[in-house]
Design a protein around this ligand. Structure first.
Ligand code: GLU
Length: 424
């Protein structure tokens, strides 16, 4: 992970290149191309927070709203040292493509604060979150722009956003606003199955790919980058299918065991220790050795730009499954293609998270609780429909998975623009 933070790369440039490749291939209307090449709103807020020692610190928060032609803006909030306007812009844009591929009636947005959550107490994080929500004010709303968890944020942070947001409404409006955020704790209006949803959707996609390729997942080996919500859930669910987890890397280091690392034990260890380093029964390896792990599948589930022109030649796998957003640069993607490594793209693979966010939003609006079987069944149906649509588009255009997924998304957006026209 380190080499990526060293280099100044524009993640938004990566989105633009991916977008242009698909737009060229499908012959996207030039006006729609111009519209979608821009974000709609970019909100930057600077806000003061009192720290535990009584000092005051000013934080910078972002919310970028890329597009809402298919529905309200939707996307997570990231608390991480790498957050900047270029990254948030890219992540917001990917959300527009993702919701369009999943075919759910939502648009795309993303936000965040540049900070390292591990450097703050719970009390400080609560104050930062509440003050950020207050600063955003009416730039978010349950029928307008609905945040969710992302890297460095979780259900607790969503509960604080909910509470702050509704406290700023009149008493009459408060209960009608619980769908201001998704990914909430269950008792505060969250959905069953939301916590595991991104990992679950990732595993559904892997199973569909395996089925198409006569690939036995019970004999498969894989390795994962990132062991937060997405990486750990993906691994726990792949364990149930009998696949062997050979290596894991996170911000604390990389670990390896040829005979397999137990995903459930590792998740409990990470919960207690804050990272994978030192996990009993594993060997510490360096980043380069990690990337060269010989396995069937590599699952990046951390940050952007991990598979690049420099690192893609090192991979020793048949399949890359992008559980993270934007883990592959365009150069990295070209190398995977030349090397005959299939790469299932982020906007398809990790769309399970926002899909169950949509289910949570619907449950809140209808004052309903769905059981886990219902959520999982609906998620599977949505992922299957998206996978099949991308697969048929891939063969129709004789292109790679990512470009096919973009074509699916861009066709839907272009159709709506054509039907509605441009105001006035
Ligand atoms: N942060 C997740 C993503 O990148 C989930 C977004 C959401 O649920 O709104 O897709």
């Amino acid at each position: 992970m380190t080499e990526n933070t060293k280099k100044k790369v524009s993640v938004y440039d990566n989105v633009t290149k991916q977008f242009n490749k698909a737009a060229d291939l499908m012959g996207l209307d030039p006006d729609i191309r111009t519209i979608l090449s821009n974000t709609t709103n970019e909100i930057v807020v600077n806000f003061p927070v009192t720290m535990d020692d009584g000092s005051i610190k000013v934080f910078t928060g972002y919310r970028v709203q890329h597009n809402s032609v298919l529905g309200p803006y939707k996307g997570g909030l990231r608390f991480h040292p790498s957050v900047n306007i270029d990254e948030v812009r890219a992540l917001a844009t990917w959300m527009t493509w993702k919701t369009a591929v999943a075919h759910i009636p939502l648009g795309g947005a993303k936000g965040g604060i540049q900070l390292d959550p591990s450097q703050y107490s719970i009390n400080e994080l609560r104050h930062i979150t509440r003050r950020f929500t207050f600063a955003l004010g009416n730039n978010i709303g349950p029928e307008y722009d609905i945040p969710a968890p992302d890297v460095g944020t979780n259900a607790q942070i969503m509960a604080w956003i909910l509470d702050t947001y509704v406290s700023m409404r009149s008493p009459q409006e408060r209960h009608g606003a619980s769908h201001i955020v998704t990914g909430k704790p269950i008792e505060s209006g969250g959905s069953l199955g939301r916590e595991k949803a991104t990992g679950q959707g990732t595993v559904y996609v892997i199973e569909m790919w395996a089925n198409d390729n006569n690939f036995d997942l019970s004999k498969a080996s894989y390795f994962v980058q990132g062991f937060g919500n997405v990486g750990s859930w993906t691994a726990k669910l792949l364990k149930q299918l009998g696949s062997t987890l050979k290596a894991v890397e996170d911000a604390t280091g990389a670990i390896f065991n040829e005979n397999g690392l137990d995903a459930d034990e590792l998740a409990a260890y990470v919960e207690a220790k804050g990272g994978v380093a030192g996990f009993p029964g594993s060997t510490a390896i360096d980043h380069d050795t990690f990337l060269r792990t010989k396995a069937d599948i590599f699952i990046p589930a951390a940050l952007e730009n991990q598979i690049t022109g420099e690192t893609a030649p090192k991979l020793n796998v048949k399949l890359v499954v992008e559980a993270a957003n934007g883990p592959t640069s365009p150069e990295g993607g070209d190398i995977l293609e030349e090397r005959g490594i299939d790469a299932l793209p982020d906007i398809l693979v990790n769309s399970g998270g926002v899909t169950v966010s949509y289910f949570e939003w619907l449950q809140n609006k209808r004052s309903e609780y769905w059981d886990l079987e219902e959520v999982d069944a609906k998620l599977f149906k949505t992922m299957k429909r998206a996978y099949r649509k991308v697969r048929s588009t891939k063969s129709e255009y004789n292109t790679d998975w990512r470009t096919a997924a973009y074509i699916v998304a861009l066709s839907r957006l272009a159709t709506v623009y054509r039907e509605r026209g441009i105001f006035p």
